[in-house]
Design a protein around this ligand. Structure first.
Ligand code: AMP
Ligand code: TRP
Length: 334
């Protein structure tokens, strides 16, 4: 137990979780929880970086916690908590901010994308400061648990790379030994695509509900979304960058059935698009039915389990925060 390495991951509480979140992130957290000392949280502080209605945020937090449990995160193996319940995250963020440059943060792809969207949405040249600081809070999250491994989807890789650089810088500057975290990115399904435009990522912030399968979608509706998804007109089934729609369906099937992409391609090789869509749709439908039954059972436990999780998480967070504070000359407790 003591020798286990530490895993940390989280999902921002900005919207309804999608199948992309499950395949790209949660599925791996579940797979790795036996092997690692695991911490998984709901990034509710990150959710504040773009405008959000407090009632919606509260709902999202609650739902995501229950979805984590429904997807198989086990509170006996993984410490599951709300980021904002562990006060250390905010202070740690300040320590990190003071070891980061504006240049580093403004070069982040996600910052550029999101700030561009904000600008075009409100027609003004103002960008919320939180968007720029988003990655420093992620660095803080990761260092607070001295994580070895950070499972994320590919779009978050750059933030983990930044964490590696900043951690190294802090270690050198203050003579500390924080771990340099490794990102963990799944081979299959690291980018599940939109059902209406398969060149774009399936995203919980997409305004077109037909583009995404939400984990709490009515399973029958989800079936229909897959049947209607955009593909191409070639008629042959194989994975290729020129066939993003078909490749996406193959990836979804492969991830949910736990079989390789190669085997999935072989399985569908002599079938037509209609058959492919029907089989993927059925697989997704059954997956959702199963998750949603468990979700209902877990909902009443969220308050109790999240309190317990926060207490466990805070112990570890506090120790690492004090370590950095001492290194920076802010605490002289022996
Ligand atoms: P987000 O929904 O952007 O807050 O992302 C939460 C986590 O899910 C991150 O680890 C993402 O990389 C992952 N993720 C989100 N959307 C997808 C997707 N379409 N395909 C794969 N992973 C995703
Ligand atoms: N930014 C991640 C997302 O897109 C959530 C997150 C916040 C996170 N802090 C993290 C992920 C630390 C891994 C490690 O949802």
């Amino acid at each position: 137990m003591l020798n286990k390495k530490t895993l940390l991951s989280g999902i921002t509480a900005t919207g309804k979780l999608t199948l992309g979140n499950y395949i790209g992130a949660i599925k791996n957290m579940v797979k790795l929880q036996d092997e690692y000392n695991s911490f998984v949280f709901i990034a509710d502080l990150h959710a504040l970086t773009l405008p959000i209605d407090p009632k919606i945020l509260e709902q999202n937090r609650h739902n995501i916690y229950a979805i984590y449990l429904a997807c198989g995160l086990d509170p006996n193996k993984t410490t599951i908590f709300f980021q904002s319940d562990v006060m250390e995250h905010g202070l740690m963020n300040w320590l990190i901010i003071n070891n980061t440059t504006i240049g580093e943060l403004s070069r982040m792809t996600q910052f550029k994308d999101k700030s561009q969207k904000v600008k075009s949405a409100n027609g003004m040249d103002t960008i919320p400061t939180g968007l720029l600081m988003y990655p420093t809070l992620m660095v803080a999250d990761i260092m607070l648990y001295d994580a070895d491994l950070v499972p994320v989807g590919i779009d978050q890789k750059q933030h983990v790379e930044l964490t590696r650089n900043i951690t190294q810088r802090i270690n050198n500057k203050y003579k500390l030994d924080f771990k340099i975290p490794e990102p963990y990115i799944p081979n299959v399904g690291n980018k599940i695509m939109s059902l209406t435009d398969p060149t774009k990522k399936m995203s919980k912030s997409d305004t077109n509900e037909k583009s995404s399968i939400y984990l709490l979608d009515n399973p029958g509706e989800a079936y229909k979304k897959i049947i209607k998804c955009v593909t191409d007109s070639e008629g042959k089934i194989y994975a290729s960058p020129d066939k993003p729609g078909i490749t996406n369906l193959l990836n979804i099937y492969s991830a949910l059935k736990e079989i390789s992409l190669k085997d999935t391609e072989t399985y569908f090789k002599n079938k037509n698009y209609k058959e492919l869509k029907a089989e993927v749709a059925q697989t997704v439908k059954e997956f959702l039915q199963n998750i949603q039954t468990r979700y209902q059972q877990f909902l009443p436990l969220v308050d109790k389990l999240s309190k317990e999780g926060a207490i466990k998480a805070a112990k570890v967070a506090k120790a690492n925060l004090l370590k950095l504070m001492k290194g920076m000359g802010l605490n002289n407790e022996k």
